[in-house]
Design a binder for this molecule. Structure first.
Ligand SMILES: Cc1cc2nc3c(=O)[nH]c(=O)nc-3n(C[C@H](O)[C@H](O)[C@H](O)COP(=O)(O)O)c2cc1C
Length: 197
C-alpha cells in the first residue's frame, strides 16, 4: 500500500496493524511504548496495550493513580510508538490525552478475564509493595471477598484516548534509505510530508 498525500492515516494504520497481527512472530502487536512528562520535566516511558483505535484516537487502559496517570493529570499529552520488528515498521503518534467516559471503561472492565480483574483490583500501580507474598495475599483476599459475584471496576481504573496531532509511518529500507511519512492535523484536515530518514 503506497502512502501518499491522499492516504488517510487511520487507513494506513489499520492495514499495518492487520499485517502485524497476521505475523505469528509478533506476540503483542498492539503493544505501544507510551511517553509522558512529570511536573519536573522528566520523561517516562513504558509499554501499554492499545485496546482500540479509530480516526478519533488510540485507547489504552490503566490505573489513573499510577505514575503515568499522575503525569497525564498534570500534562495531558503523550507520545506513543509501535514497532513491528519482523515488518521493519514503526508508527509514532503524539497528541493530547483524555480519559474515556467512565461507562466505556466499565464496559471494557466487564470483558476482562476475572483473574486480570482481581490483579488490577488490588494493584496500587506504581506504589511500593513489600513482597510477592503480599501481592498474592491481597489477591487471595479479593478472591474471597468477591466469591460468587462480579469484581467491581475500581474508580481509579479506566481508559485514556490519545488524540493524534501527528502520526508518522516509518518503513525500513535497504541501505538505511528508509521511508518516513508524517501526517499532521491542521484544523480538520491532515497535512502530509515525506521526511528524510
Ligand atoms: C507487553 C506489556 C503490556 C503492558 N500493558 C499495560 C497496560 O495495558 N496498562 C498498564 O497500565 N500497564 C501495562 N503494562 C505495564 C506498564 O509497562 C507499566 O509497568 C505500568 O503501567 C506502570 O507504569 P507507570 O508506573 O509509569 O505508571 C504493560 C507492560 C508490558 C511489558
Amino acid at each position: 500500500m503506497e502512502i501518499t498525500a491522499h492516504s488517510k492515516p487511520i487507513d494506513v494504520f489499520n492495514r499495518w496493524m492487520d499485517e502485524a497481527r497476521a505475523q505469528s512472530d509478533i506476540r503483542e502487536p498492539v503493544a505501544m511504548a507510551l511517553a509522558t512528562q512529570s511536573p519536573d520535566g522528566g520523561l517516562h516511558n513504558r509499554v501499554v496495550l492499545c485496546k482500540s483505535w479509530s480516526d478519533q484516537g488510540f485507547t489504552f487502559f490503566t490505573n489513573y493513580l499510577s505514575a503515568k496517570g499522575r503525569e497525564l493529570a498534570h500534562h495531558p499529552f503523550a507520545g506513543a510508538v509501535f514497532y513491528w520488528d519482523p515488518l521493519l515498521r514503526q508508527v509514532r503518534i503524539s497528541g493530547r490525552v483524555e480519559k474515556v467516559p467512565e461507562k466505556d471503561s466499565q464496559e471494557y472492565w466487564r470483558l476482562r478475564p476475572r483473574d486480570s480483574q482481581l490483579s488490577q483490583y488490588i494493584s496500587r500501580q506504581s506504589e511500593e509493595v513489600s513482597s510477592r507474598e503480599e501481592l498474592e495475599r491481597l489477591k487471595a483476599e479479593a478472591e474471597r471477598e468477591f466469591e460468587g459475584r462480579e469484581v467491581p471496576c475500581p474508580k481509579h481504573w479506566g481508559g485514556y484516548i490519545l488524540l493524534p496531532q501527528s502520526i508518522e509511518f516509518w518503513v525500513g529500507q535497504p541501505g538505511r534509505l528508509h521511508d518516513r511519512f508524517v501526517f499532521e492535523k491542521s484544523e480538520k484536515a491532515w497535512t502530509f510530508r515525506r521526511l528524510y530518514p
